[in-house]
Design a protein around this ligand. Structure first.
Ligand code: AHM
Ligand code: MG
Length: 327
C-alpha cells in the first residue's frame, strides 16, 4: 500500500521527541525545541531579508576576524534569547561570541551546554543560497563555578546535534544518538513535521565536494586524491555553504572536505560548532567523519574557536580520500 502523504500522517517534532522518552529526556527535548523555535524565527528573517533590509554587513568583525553580516547578529541574538529562556540550558557558545555565555549553573537546572553557528554560510546570503544553523548539545555536569568550561568537551560526548537548513524548504536534521531524523517546517502549521525517521547515507557515490580553487595550497595527498577522481568519473559539487553541502552529501552520498590550506593551516571550519555536530550526524547516518587517522569526534578541544580540517561522508568515499592521503 502506498504511504499516505506527510500532511495526512502528521508527527510534529514535539510529539516525536516525547515518544522517544526516556532515551530523550524531557529536559533535552526542551533544549531541542528552543533551537527549533529560534530556527523558525531565523527562517522568517532569512525569507524576508530583502524586504526588511537586513542584508549586508554590520561593519565590524567577529573574534575570528570575519566580517559579520546583519543576519549573523540577528540569528545569534535569536538563538541566545530562545536558549536562555529554556530552563535546562546552562551555558552557550557561538561563532559570533568571543567567550562562552553562562546562562545558569547546574545547581539551578542548567544541565546542558549548547554550541552553535547561528547562520553558517552567511557570506552567501545576498545571493539566496541555502544557509543554516548548526548546533551541538553537550551535558553540563561541572560544578557551578566551572560552568563555562562545559563547552570544551570532545564531540563524542554530544547528546544531540544537527542543523536547520534554510533552503527551498526549511529542514531540521537531528540526531540524539540513535540515528538521524529529518523534519520539514510546514509554514502553514508553523511546526516542524517528521518526514524521515531514519536517514541513511549511501555507502558510496562518485561525488566530491570541496573548494578546488585552493588545490595548489592543499597537502600533496589531497591532490593525489583529486587526480584520481578526475580519472575515475567523479562529479564535483560545491555550494560553499557547509550546511547545504553536508546535507546534499547526507542524502545523495559522496564526500565533503575542507583541507588545510596556506591561509588556514588547520582548515577553516570550527571543531566545536561546525565539525563535531556534522560528524555526529554523519556517523549516526552510517557515514564516517575522520581526519589525521582518527574520528573528528575524538579530538580533545583546547580552545572554543579552534579549527580542524574536515573529511566526512560515505564510508567508501572517505576511504578513498584517506588512502590517497596515506600514500
Ligand atoms: P562561516 O561560518 O563564516 O559562514 O564560514 C564557514 C563556511 C562554510 O559554510 C563553508 O563550508 C565554508 O565557509 C566555505 O569556505 P570557502 O569559501 O573557503 O570555500
Ligand atoms: Mg560557519
Amino acid at each position: 500500500m502506498a504511504k499516505p502523504p506527510v500532511s495526512e500522517n502528521l508527527t510534529t517534532l514535539s510529539v516525536h521527541l516525547a515518544a522517544r522518552k526516556p532515551s530523550v529526556a524531557p529536559e533535552l527535548a526542551s533544549v531541542i525545541e528552543a533551537i527549533a523555535l529560534a530556527g523558525k524565527s531565523i527562517a522568517r528573517k532569512v525569507r524576508r531579508a530583502r524586504i526588511e533590509d537586513v542584508l549586508g554587513q554590520v561593519g565590524h568583525t567577529n573574534v575570528q576576524g570575519e566580517a559579520q553580516e546583519k543576519l549573523d547578529v540577528l540569528s545569534n541574538d535569536l538563538m541566545l534569547h530562545c536558549l536562555s529562556e529554556c530552563p535546562a540550558v546552562g551555558v552557550c557558545a557561538s561563532e559570533e561570541e568571543d567567550e562562552a555565555v553562562v546562562v545558569r549553573p547546574r545547581s539551578d537546572g542548567g544541565a546542558y551546554a549548547v554550541l552553535f553557528d547561528p547562520l553558517d554560510g552567511s557570506s552567501n546570503i545576498n545571493v539566496a543560497v541555502g544557509v543554516g544553523t548548526i548546533f551541538s548539545i553537550l551535558p553540563n555536569d561541572l560544578p557551578d563555578e566551572r560552568t563555562a568550561e562545559a563547552v570544551l568537551q570532545p564531540g563524542s560526548r554530544q547528546v544531540a546535534a544537527g542543523y536547520v537548513l534554510y533552503g527551498s524548504s526549511v529542514l531540521l536534521v537531528l540526531t540524539t544518538g540513535d540515528g538521524v531524523s529529518m523534519y520539514v517546517l510546514d509554514p502553514e502549521l508553523g511546526d516542524f513535521v517528521l518526514v524521515e525517521p531514519s536517514l541513511r547515507l549511501p555507502a558510496e557515490r562518485k561525488i566530491y565536494s570541496l573548494n578546488e580553487a585552493y588545490r595548489r595550497d592543499f597537502p600533496a595527498g589531497y591532490n593525489r586524491y583529486l587526480d584520481w577522481t578526475h580519472e575515475n568519473g567523479y562529479a564535483a559539487r560545491y555550494i560553499g555553504s557547509m550546511v547545504a553541502d553536508v546535507h546534499r552529501t547526507l542524502l545523495k552520498g559522496g564526500v565533503f572536505l575542507y583541507p588545510p590550506t596556506a591561509v588556514n593551516p588547520d582548515g577553516k571550519l570550527r571543531l566545536l560548532y561546525e565539525a563535531n555536530p556534522m560528524a555526529f550526524v554523519v556517523e549516526q547516518a552510517g557515514g564516517v567523519a575522520a581526519v589525521g587517522g582518527r574520528r573528528i569526534l575524538e579530538i580533545s578541544p583546547e580552545a572554543l574557536h579552534q579549527r580542524t580540517p574536515v573529511i566526512l561522508g560515505s564510508p567508501v568515499e572517505v576511504d578513498h580520500v584517506t588512502r590517497h592521503l596515506a600514500d
